[in-house]
Design a protein around this ligand. Structure first.
Ligand code: SAH
Ligand code: SF4
Ligand code: F3S
Length: 491
């Protein structure tokens, strides 16, 4: 669920501009849709797909809530704070809706995502302005559900049918994709059968389902043809991927990556989030064999204590995690490792927490996400004894984050003076500045002309900030030559 550079870690809110995601009929009777996305990248992908589905219905995306005929909150249920945010946002929307009503304009309100799935009807009971509640597997039905809601009924759709979702969402017009290059998400797997005792995902996203190889390859080819250079494959447990190939065989993620690496123009591949149990040899070896598979791995361990790992039902030990990291570093010594940590899981003693700190010291992360344990209704953790007091959780989180910040700084500093490929993605804050991404997923800021956006350039790292690197274009060394947007180097 991560590699979440754009994510606010405490609230788990992902900022995406709805206006970046639009393709609507121009002119005529267009209506405006405002989509706000919370949570993981899978929600970002789903939000894009929702705007795709609504475009032929005449909906154009807007970033301006006041201007919206339809508002969709794509929500996250992972921690209490994330879920509660939805209700405060609905309070704000109610006021805007009332203002619009004064000038005779209507506003429909939909709640999608994991809170929709978990709370269903309860949402419109608690927030009567909500017209439509739609779970993550039903987005392909949005047009007909909206129709019903418009006719006056309160609509709640929370069926699990992942196959139907992807079969219906699979066709994506090239011009819609074109709005979003050069880096894109592609969901290959949804749901989770692991049932970690702290986690709501198996309940909100359902059982693990993998999309077929054919469907994924054809979506990736369309993206590449439209100018996408980098694809991040997504799944709640992306390395548990087991999709059917055209010849009927079942492929794992390693094999899928090898196939995607053959697509012309697709120069960078990533995947997230992985579970230590599903890191098989073929996937590890893909990091050795595939030039386009970027040297970054998000592999959450959650805790460094065997006692807590067991209570969390993580199904692996601390030692097994260390051995896995060794094998990965054997094939890809320079890989940037990332992880997720939970502090204050029920029963976590000072010694258990120390074990986590020790694990972090031994592994050495390039970055990591960390959270205070949040008790989630319906999960086994919620009723466990020995819940940890809030002040203890806060102190542990602060200590862990300080350690990770130190490691991140050291990892970033080790890039100083290096020359690496940077995918240039967008304009920066200052005029003449672009922002791109290093192979290790660090943001890189540099001076470069805007027409280089979408290209991959050789960049020397000349300075290090707290979260990003600063680079300098190496004159005359261009792209892998495929974007066609690279000016010829001066003779
Ligand atoms: N499938 C991934 C992670 C899914 S959720 C995995 O197995 O690692 C993303 C992260 O949110 C988790 O890795 C975990 O660190 C955090 N998280 C999940 N439930 C939580 C809870 N109840 N309280 C605090 N953090 C939680
Ligand atoms: Fe949640 Fe565990 Fe599944 Fe990850 S593996 S989504 S943490 S239940
Ligand atoms: Fe949140 Fe659902 Fe993703 S709970 S983290 S949006 S799978």
């Amino acid at each position: 669920m991560t590699s979440r550079p754009e994510q606010d870690m405490e609230t788990n809110v992902t900022a995406v501009s709805a206006a970046d995601m639009t393709d609507a009929r121009k002119g005529g009777n267009t209506r405006k849709v405002f989509v706000r996305t919370y949570g993981c990248q899978m929600n970002v992908y789903d939000s894009e797909r929702m705007t795709d589905v609504l475009a032929p219905e005449g909906f154009e995306a807007t970033d301006d809530l006041e201007d919206a005929d339809l508002v969709i909150l794509n929500t996250c249920h992972i921690r209490e704070k994330a879920a509660e945010k939805v209700y405060s946002e609905l309070g704000r929307i109610r006021k805007v809706k009332e203002e619009r009503a004064k000038s005779g304009k209507d506003m429909m309100v939909g709640v999608a995502g994991c809170v929709a799935q978990a709370e269903g009807e309860e949402i419109s009971r608690r927030a009567p302005i909500v017209d439509l509640v739609v779970g993550p597997q039903s987005y392909h039905q949005l047009p007909s559900l909206l129709e019903k809601a418009r006719a006056g009924s309160k609509v709640v759709e929370t069926e699990f049918d992942i196959d139907a979702k992807f079969n219906h969402l699979s066709e994506r017009a090239e011009k819609q994709v074109l709005k979003r290059p050069p880096s894109a998400f592609l969901t290959v797997q949804e749901g989770c059968d692991k049932f970690c005792t702290f986690c709501v995902v198996p309940y909100t996203r359902g059982a693990e389902v993998s999309r077929s190889v054919e469907q994924i390859v054809s979506e990736a080819e369309r993206m590449a043809a439209a100018g996408v250079r980098e694809i991040t494959l997504l799944g709640q447990n992306v390395n548990a991927y087991h999709g059917t190939s055209p010849d009927g065989a079942v492929w794992g993620l390693g094999r899928l990556l090898r196939r995607l690496a053959e697509i012309d123009g697709l120069d960078r591949l990533r995947y997230t989030t992985s579970h230590p149990r599903d890191m098989d040899d073929d996937l590890i070896e893909a990091h050795r064999d595939l030039k386009s598979l970027m040297p970054y791995l998000h592999l959450p361990v959650q805790s460094g204590s065997d006692k807590i790992l067991k209570a969390m039902n993580r199904r692996h030990t601390r030692d097994e995690y260390f051995r896995l990291i060794d094998r990965i570093r054997e094939v890809s010594p320079d890989i940037a490792l990332s992880g997720d940590f939970i502090v204050g899981f029920p029963g976590e003693s000072d010694q258990d927490f120390e074990d986590t700190m020790d694990l972090i010291r031994q592994v050495g992360y390039g970055s990591a996400f960390s959270f205070k344990y949040s008790s989630r209704p319906g999960t086994p953790g919620a009723t466990m004894d020995e819940q940890v007091p809030e002040d203890v959780k806060s102190a542990r989180l602060a200590a862990l984050q300080a350690l990770v910040a130190e490691q991140q700084k050291a990892f970033n500093a080790s890039r100083l003076g290096m020359t690496c490929d940077v995918l240039l993605e967008k304009t920066g804050r200052n005029p003449g500045q672009l922002v791109g991404k290093s192979p290790w997923l660090q943001p890189v800021q540099l001076d470069a002309p805007e027409d280089l956006i979408g290209s991959i350039q050789a960049v020397e790292i000349v300075d290090i900030g707290s979260n990003s690197l600063f680079g300098r274009l190496i004159a005359g060394q261009d792209d892998l030559g495929r974007s066609g947007r690279i000016p010829a180097p001066a003779a």
